[in-house]
Design a protein around this ligand. Structure first.
Ligand SMILES: [Zn+2]
Length: 259
């Protein structure tokens, strides 16, 4: 069975058929789903989902896109939610310099990234990192926290090259691999997948975004994960079943969900 480590089923793109879609996961081989908070105003929606579906756990946190909306009150809310029995991680947190070029905003992102990493340590939870066009700063912050002790984490939708991958792998972190690995032009990511040990990869979709081939451009869902497993298997010269089995085990270990 597949472990989906990163989806956003609270997104409005699922408003019309969320129940039906999530209700069909188990019969389609999806065992567990981590739903990740992103926007400040949507945190409650993830809580609702994790309280409705037994197979769905939550990552609580605020995306770098919302750094300007962060406040000590929101951080306090996230901290309270860490005590929820279905909270499995802090996420998604990190840096996004693709959409945010202003130094002032980037500094705010760093501040709230650090504060949420501190929370992950304090609450003994793994962290889920979003990093886009911010390779050096993300690495610096993650390294700083890992040195002083953390409970593991995933670099989600990994988009950098082998050199950066090696840094994270050496720290014992996992790389989240999704639909991009099926794209013809994803040479850099395919190299990373070939290089990284299977024991340090996990499957993810980032639904509703980044649907894999042959559904590229459509709304994504965890039901597309077999295409991702297939692509990873092809690169590594193993079966998709082996990819599913090992990545499931990796995720359960990280999120502390018994087999
Ligand atoms: Zn995401």
């Amino acid at each position: 069975m597949i472990f989906e480590t990163h989806a956003h089923y609270d997104d409005e793109k699922f408003d019309k058929d969320r129940e039906e879609l999530l209700g069909s996961m188990k019969e389609n081989g999806i065992e567990y789903i981590i739903n990740c908070c992103a926007a400040v105003e949507d945190i409650e929606k993830t809580v609702q989902l994790m309280e409705t579906y037994d197979f769905l756990y939550g990552a609580v946190g605020v995306h770098p896109d919302d750094a300007e909306k962060m406040s000590p009150q929101v951080l306090e809310k996230i901290e309270k939610l860490c005590g929820h029995p279905k909270t499995a991680a802090i996420g998604e947190i990190g840096l996004d310099y693709y959409w945010h070029k202003e130094a002032e905003v980037q500094n705010l992102q760093k501040t709230w990234f650090r504060k949420q990493m501190e929370l992950a340590r304090k609450e003994q939870l793994p962290f889920l990192v979003h990093s886009r066009e911010a390779a050096r700063d993300t690495l610096e912050i993650v390294r700083e926290f890992m040195k002083a002790g953390m409970y593991g984490g995933i670099i989600h939708c990994f988009s950098y090259g082998k050199e950066i991958a090696r840094e994270y792998l050496d720290m014992g972190l996992l790389l989240g691999i999704g639909g991009v690995v099926t794209f013809k032009n994803a040479k850099k990511l395919k190299e990373v997948v070939e290089y990284a040990p299977l024991e340090q990869l996990v499957l993810e979709t980032d639904s509703p975004y980044l649907a894999p081939e042959p559904n590229r451009g459509k709304r994504n869902s965890s039901l597309n994960l077999p295409y991702v497993a297939e692509a990873i298997g092809e690169i590594k010269g193993i079966t998709a079943q082996e990819v599913v089995k090992v990545t499931n085990k990796n995720a359960k270990k990280l999120f502390n969900i018994p087999n």
